[in-house]
Design a protein around this ligand. Sequence first.
Ligand code: SF4
Ligand code: FES
Length: 198
Amino acid sequence: MSRIKMKIDDREVTAKEGQSVLEVAREAGIEIPTLCHDERLEPFGGCRLCMVEVQTGGWAQLVVSCVYEAKEGLVVRTRSEEIDKIRRVLLELLMAHAPTSPQLLAMGEVYGARPDRFEPDPSFCVHCGLCVRYCNEVKQLDAIGFIDRGVNKEISFVPEIAAAACEGCKECFPLCPTSYLQAAFVRVEALSRKLPRA
Ligand code: SF4
Ligand code: FES
């Protein structure tokens, strides 16, 4: 496998073909914040918190590092005034939905994000998709999925599958950066008591 040489934050790093910029940075011990990323899952590119600046051919552009592939000669910056501002605003928007999330509050502190900057709309699910993707890709159960679109998008357990599979699993619980998943499960559990076991 050919090796790729590139620079992240002024450090020379070596990448393997097919690796994302996020993976290369993490291997080099360089921190890039993520919300929707999990090494066990296919990259999703949903939260945008892992955005970095890359320079290719004299042009600088902002890219999502968890889905952007390492390239020979790439120059990457993981922090700048612009990057930090984007992360701050993204975190403030997320915190408007999940104001008590310890994960968001901790990241918010790093970027000076204020939990009360935007009008609160505590829907609690921040659509990171970790629970849905884990159940699909790792467990291959599809006991949970997204329903609806846009602002109405939310996760939903499939009661018939959840009744049979979730009680003994719950592996998605620790992935949720908010309290929403557990709350949704309590609801479906109550409902499933009325359903025959598959
Ligand atoms: S319930 Fe939690 S893990 Fe699932 S998509 Fe929403 S925030 Fe992410
Ligand atoms: S971690 Fe890259 S977009 Fe969420």
